[in-house]
Design a protein around this ligand. Structure first.
Ligand code: SAM
Ligand code: SF4
Length: 429
């Protein structure tokens, strides 16, 4: 979501004359868009500002802006602690960014904006063209969270659940397609909780895939509790919804899910899994796992390992629990760090093995690949399979944006390597 936000902030700043530079030293405005989900996010920001200070020691100080969830969580404190910072703007106040900058340039006043006003933000941003023209582009449809898992800062940094108006989203999707976008990834912290008037995520997917020019639709990140039957049924009808369901489970133990305040259990998750597999056995699952949550015993961890083997999760994320300021789990007694590291390694080994197995099973098969760009050395092309796996093969620049049939010849854990299948027409041409 920060990638989407950064691009939208840039679309806005262009209106007051700012342009991106690849060269730090050239910048007269330095904007750091931050994430607060894990680790020492706050300290990383101050460290980065220290680096900027050094770069600009003998130059004119740039305007320094902190945006994102660390800005939201730290607000006024950032301006007090680090005088080098000029403006602090939280994720639901980006509609104020241009005026705030112009005002600062005139009056030199340090300002912090951290209200939760997603309605005004999206109303403002919807009037500014989304300039993204990558083959695969993000589109935020929902933000915030009302679920309050005990480990998570999102409800405090992104605010309550908010779903953008249906038409506003469709207009942005049309605009992206006009820019040449072929795949849209609908985004939200709880994307499947999307609800605006009578519309749900299922309606949105079916409407977007009708737009001429769109080839693929994905959505992330979902909560298991919001995996409702109407959304599951979309997999029966949809032609363009990709068969990879990212559905974070966090742990394979009901006891831990309960301690986390996840509001779902393993058997409910398995029911969703079975329903989707029945509709389309080709659907694969990916997930997020938190390892070493306070209270996790060997038996709980073994349940997580069992589930990973049973569902054969691919393309997943796993992290050691990181206590976040202001959350219920912040002050819980933590389990031994060494034990957590050992467990994380086991989980990652199993997830890697699942990925290796899936990739290996595709060797000698022909799959559909959406081509995104040339490889760094420009000799081949990079694209993604329907299950989001990286594919490298012998394409050319004019293939970018096309879905091509590729015969997979080799694979490793992260990537499939293959050859383009020439169609009869292409051969004649
Ligand atoms: N809303 C989605 C859900 O509930 O399944 C997940 C979105 S959350 C913003 C992204 C992921 O970050 C979570 O699924 C979780 O695995 C991870 N995460 C969040 N807080 C964490 C923490 N305190 N320590 C470790 N991982 C964390
Ligand atoms: Fe965080 Fe997701 Fe839980 Fe909301 S549902 S609190 S975003 S992990």
């Amino acid at each position: 979501m920060n990638e989407y936000d950064s691009n939208r902030i840039y679309d806005s700043l262009k209106k007051i004359g700012y342009n991106k530079t690849e060269n730090y030293e050239d910048a007269n405005c330095y904007l750091l868009n931050t994430c607060h989900i894990r680790d020492k996010a706050k300290e990383k920001v101050y460290h980065e500002i220290g680096r900027v200070k050094k770069i600009f020691r003998s130059k004119k100080k740039p305007l320094v802006i902190i945006t994102g969830c660390v800005a939201q969580a730290e607000n006024q404190e950032m301006l007090r602690r680090e005088p080098y910072i000029d403006l602090v703007i939280g994720p639901q106040s980006y509609h104020k960014i241009n005026d705030t900058i112009l005002n600062h340039i005139k009056k030199r006043k340090k300002i912090e904006h951290t209200d939760f006003d997603p309605f005004s933000k999206f109303d403002y941003l919807s009037k500014i063209k989304n300039e993204s023209s990558k083959t695969s582009s993000f589109l935020t449809i929902q933000e915030g969270c009302d679920k309050f898992c005990h480990f998570c800062v999102v409800p405090y940094t992104r605010g309550p659940e908010y779903s953008r108006p249906f038409k506003q989203i469709l207009d942005e999707a049309k605009n992206l397609i006009d820019n040449g976008v072929k795949e849209i990834i609908l985004l939200g912290q709880n994307v499947n909780a999307y609800k605006n008037e009578k519309y749900k995520l299922s309606n949105l997917i079916l409407e977007i895939e009708k737009l001429s020019g769109i080839e693929r639709v994905r959505y992330t990140t979902s909560h298991p509790k919001d995996m409702t039957d109407d959304l599951i049924d979309v997999y029966k009808y949809s032609k363009k919804l990709m068969p990879l369901v990212h559905l974070p489970i966090q742990s394979g133990s009901n006891k831990i899910l309960d301690l986390m305040n996840r509001k779902h259990n393993i058997s409910e998750y398995l029911k969703t899994f079975e329903k989707l597999k029945k509709i389309n056995p080709n659907i694969e699952f990916s997930s997020d796992f938190i390892i070493g949550y306070p209270g996790e015993e060997e038996v709980d961890f073994n349940d997580t390992m069992k589930l990973i083997k049973e569902i054969k999760f691919v393309n997943s994320y796993s992290f050691i629990f990181s206590p976040r300021p202001g959350t219920v789990a912040e002050n819980l007694e933590q389990i031994d760090k060494k034990v957590s590291i050992e467990r994380l390694e086991k989980v990652q080994d199993q997830l890697f093995q699942n990925q290796i197995d899936m990739n290996k099973s595709l060797e000698n098969n022909v799959i559909n690949v959406l081509v995104e760009n040339l490889t760094d050395d420009k000799t081949q092309v990079f694209g993604r399979s329907e299950h989001m796996t990286s594919v490298i093969f012998n394409g050319k620049e004019s293939d970018i944006g096309k879905i091509l049939k590729v015969k997979i010849e080799k694979s490793n854990r992260s990537t499939l390597f293959g050859k383009k299948i020439e169609t009869l027409n292409q051969k004649v041409a």
